[in-house]
Design a protein around this ligand. Structure first.
Ligand SMILES: [Zn+2]
Length: 204
């Protein structure tokens, strides 16, 4: 991907933009020209935002969502209901549930799903601190919102096994979510319906 007629600085920007998901060569050039057309202030703001990204953003020490302090905005929000804990695979799933506007509890982001065939075991996910966190929070309900796929189901079963014997309601987001679907690609209304229609899969 290069165009010898463009100044190297523009070409470099286009090359970097071309690595973004869904951005092809033509779009990358169009975006680079757009950034240039917006004037120096916009370009500097964009540059500063990118420059600071890794310095400012870290993981929430409680739930592993992205944060700009020790705790993320959700864990730090006193209006969130600590009686509800929703276990998700990744941050885009959390964002999909937030978009539904149906959920006011806390989250636990696993960082993926169990996939023994690909070498992803419990130690590769944030499963080790899930049970201690639940013991500390004592939520009335834990909603397992891992994907409706073989890996998502295996992860849900593992969580269920870990929580056996605890006094809490364990539920599974399922109804309305198509087989194999990932929450992040569903619209807010569908995610909301799936949350409302969650089914109990036993007590802890
Ligand atoms: Zn958090």
């Amino acid at each position: 991907m290069s165009d010898a007629s463009l100044p190297p600085a523009l070409e470099r920007l286009a090359r970097l933009l071309g690595r973004l998901p869904g951005v092809g060569e033509r779009s990358a050039h169009r975006l680079a020209l757009f950034v240039l057309s917006q004037g120096p202030q916009y370009a500097q703001g964009l540059g500063a935002a990118l420059h600071e990204l890794h310095d400012l953003v870290r993981f929430c020490e409680a739930c592993h969502h992205f944060a700009q302090a020790d705790r993320c905005a959700i864990c730090a929000d006193p209006h969130r209901d600590p009686a509800l804990l929703c276990v998700v695979e990744d941050v885009p799933d959390l964002l999909a549930i937030e978009r539904s506007g149906e959920y006011r509890g806390l989250y636990h982001v696993l960082g993926g799903a169990l996939a023994p065939l690909r070498g992803v075991g419990p130690r590769d996910l944030h499963l080790d601190d899930l049970v201690p966190r639940i013991d500390a929070l004592q939520p009335a309900e834990v909603i397992v919102a891992t994907s409706i796929s073989v890996e998502g189901e295996a992860t849900a079963s593992y969580v269920q096994g870990q929580l056996r014997g605890r006094e809490l309601r364990l539920s599974r987001i399922a109804s309305g979510v198509p087989q194999g679907a990932e929450l992040e690609y569903l619209d807010g209304a569908t995610v909301g319906r799936a949350l409302r229609a969650r089914t109990s899969f036993g007590r802890g």
